[in-house]
Design a protein around this ligand. Sequence first.
Ligand SMILES: Nc1ncnc2c1ncn2[C@@H]1O[C@H](COP(=O)(O)OP(=O)(O)OP(=O)(O)O)[C@@H](O)[C@H]1O
Ligand SMILES: [Zn+2]
Length: 572
Amino acid sequence: MARILITSALPYINGIKHLGNLVGSQLPADLYARYQRGRGHEVMFICATDEHGTPAELAAAKAGKPVAEYCTELHEVQAGIARGFGLSFDHFGRSSSPQNHRLTQHFAGRLAEAGLIEEVAEKQMYSNADGRFLPDRYIEGTCPNCGYDRARGDQCENCTKQLDPTDLINPRSAISGSTDLEVRETKHLFLRQSAMRDRLNDWIDEKTDWPVLTTSIAKKWLNDGDGLQDRGITRDLDWGIPVRKGDQDWPGMEGKVFYVWFDAPIEYIAATAEWAEARGLDDAAWRRWWRTDEGAGDVRYVQFMGKDNVPFHTLSFPATIMGSGEPWKLVDYIKSFNYLNYDGGQFSTSQGRGVFMDQALSILPSDYWRWWLLSHAPENSDSEFTWENFQTSVNKDLADVLGNFVSRITKFCRSKFGETVPEGGAQASAEEALIADLTTRVRAYQANMDAMEVRKSATELRAIWVAGNEYLQSAAPWSTFKTDPAQAAAQVRLGLNLIRLYAILSRPFIPDAAEAMMQAMGSDDWSWPEDVAAALSALPPGHAFTVPDVMFRKITDEEREDWQTRFAGLRT
Ligand SMILES: Nc1ncnc2c1ncn2[C@@H]1O[C@H](COP(=O)(O)OP(=O)(O)OP(=O)(O)O)[C@@H](O)[C@H]1O
Ligand SMILES: [Zn+2]
């Protein structure tokens, strides 16, 4: 049994996530976690809300709530929706947790001792009207690059150029709108990533099996222009983790907090500590996942994320871990994704464009979404959600192929043999051919799942469903029954066993439907079909089953048109 640590990029706290966020991080991570558990491995699957930074403060201000209260509420909302989508986290933590405060301060202290933190005097915009500094999104103005008049202090949304607050033309406070601003000097801490460039470069070079998307982004940041830059890791904000050197004060840094991108990945570790505490376990329970000197030597650590998160996971977070000089677990594999776009444009949380997770669940069960999203995951390029494609895929793959198979075989059996697995007859060449074909296909499915090739895995799973349907079509037990009822019984017996096999294999993709199939087959034996032939005789003659309710209904043209109109605009 292997031990596999899986983390999904942390969803930011400032609202409900869209389908792009879901398929770019949490959902494929869940697929992999479920699959590895299904294979019998020990899995720790961690996610959390990312709660610090200016967007959280601004969203709280807009909602008229104190930021801590806002984050607590939104965390609960996101946790509920995650449950609705069947995301099987072992723990869904919060980056504002006391565990993360302690660990983040610990890492900063270690990095300072190692000489990897520099104090830099910086010029920052100060608002006299608001009585505070205006970092990042607290300041807006005209983009010097494209002229867009609502560019933010960290980036122009229109042309995507990265900006500094002092770059903006006609700057104004995003809190009060005041233009009474002045440039003041303030001190900040910088992580000396440039000093670790060669180490990071060598480490990335070892990762020859990583997706090109991951390594190409890392290499770009390592090599473009003047190479990897030092990074500011503190901010003049109230909300966040106070800057401390371990458990000591940090003279000159009073009133400052760590930058959200410094503390967010550390929350992967802290959330595992939260997991242990929530279960009344001791520190050793979580440290055996994270400290190679305390049991994590045999852990394989896999991260999932969208492409914009790759630089932080390939460079900044590893710089923190390596720079600490302590034996914390480094990531072994980074699975990254391109973007899912929405009907001719982009998903956007800030603009409210696209379909959001709560809306999706309000119109159809999660399995429908899980199947479409995973089978169209933006792996090798960006992909696009269209309602037509969604309708076609759900109706064909889920309703016509899988749902229809389950319905036909169970109903036919009930009508001719009753609700138990029939006895008599023997497997003939058609059954042997099917078993041989499925044996090959299950191996291919496993190989793709092991490699985290999400789309290829979905294609193989669909082919496994199709193989059953084609067998049923050609074996035609309803015809066989007229001349040879014993042979028909053998065919139906195989068909019922196939439903159980499908439940096990499909569970990572469509867990609710898988449960329904397994329950209808009157079994709770989820053991992985290492031997397909044996798995296909697990339900013996005489074993009772039930005919399940319709598993997948079809999406009608009227519904599709209705949803298309309903979700065409912007969510307010
Ligand atoms: N359209 C998309 N397709 C796939 N993954 C995405 C998409 N947009 C964001 N992601 C990924 O979703 C995960 C969670 O992101 P996060 O909550 O920080 O939102 P975000 O990146 O700010 O996007 P947005 O502003 O649209 O919400 C990250 O791994 C990010 O890379
Ligand atoms: Zn611009």
